[in-house]
Design a binder for this molecule. Structure first.
Ligand code: URA
Length: 272
């Protein structure tokens, strides 16, 4: 029931190697009886003004682009770029020896407890764990749904509005897997209640979709939800007379945290 396309998990290292490949490959143009023929799969470069690229990817505002160019070593296809109105192919640009950040971001983070999924609230914000320039990108990077301040684990972020919609739309039922630690011992009837499709939470108009629960210990359970309502796991256990003392998201769709440590993130390839 993933329903959100295929979930490629290639990391940024893969993007960088394809960048290097593109950079070093000569243009694939063949001659055919004196005429130049472009192969069908030749990617024509997209030439965009440097200041536009710098501002949309958060490196500088358009008005600060001149200063940014002065203070950084910007190369296009190995040659120095001095003017902000030069048109360049972003795939062949390096800044201080590093390839440009991708045009669109899809980020996997292991959210630590204590961080808030918000751009504006007080306290430690999850965005402070990312490179600062990513907070200035246009369109803005946002979380795919939210985790509570006290919840840890798998959090996705993107600046792609369509992808965000696809992953959070109630129509797609993307499964989310949580590990819940509880205050009191499980009673034994929770899995049946959660699976029933009839559990109604306070202030809601529709019952919850059936959810699967696996008992791991007297006070620990793994829960798979197919929707993402406000404080859903905590409210579900409250509805059966318990209290969640720790909550960790392990998976979203087929994406898992693997070896990411709390506070770490990596770029993913977007699902097709
Ligand atoms: N359910 C909750 O109660 N909190 C979260 O952060 C996520 C799911």
């Amino acid at each position: 029931m993933v329903g959100a396309g295929s979930w490629g998990l290639a990391v940024i290292a893969k993007r960088q190697s394809s960048f290097v490949r593109r950079q070093s490959r000569p243009p694939r143009v063949t001659t055919d009886e004196g005429r130049l023929t472009l192969p069908n799969d030749l990617e024509l470069p997209t030439m965009i003004r440097l200041d536009r690229i710098l501002s949309s990817r958060g490196y500088s505002t358009r008005s600060q682009a001149k200063g940014f160019v002065r203070h950084h070593d910007i190369l296009f296809d190995g040659k120095k770029v001095e003017r902000v109105d030069d048109k360049v192919d972003p795939a062949l640009v390096t800044i201080d020896g590093e390839p440009l950040d991708p045009e669109s971001l899809f980020i996997l983070m292991n959210k630590p407890v204590g961080y808030v999924c918000s751009h504006r609230e007080q306290g430690d914000l999850i965005y402070s764990l990312l490179p600062e320039r990513w907070t200035y990108r246009n369109p803005q990077v946002a979380t795919v749904g939210r985790l509570d301040k006290d919840t840890s684990g798998l959090l996705l972020l993107t600046d792609d509005g369509q992808l965000l919609h696809r992953l959070t739309s109630p129509k797609h039922h993307v499964p989310r897997v949580y590990l819940a630690t509880l205050d009191r011992a499980l009673r034994g009837d929770e899995a049946k209640i959660f699976q029933s499709g009839a559990l109604m939470l306070e202030d809601e108009e529709k019952p919850l979709l059936p959810a699967e629960m696996e008992v791991l210990a007297e006070t620990q359970a793994r829960l798979t939800l197919h929707e993402g309502r406000y404080h859903q796991v905590r409210r579900m256990f409250a509805a059966v007379g318990n209290h969640v003392t720790a909550l960790h998201r392990e998976k979203f769709g087929i994406i898992a945290l693997d070896d990411l440590q709390p506070g770490q993130y990596r770029l993913l390839e977007k699902p097709g």
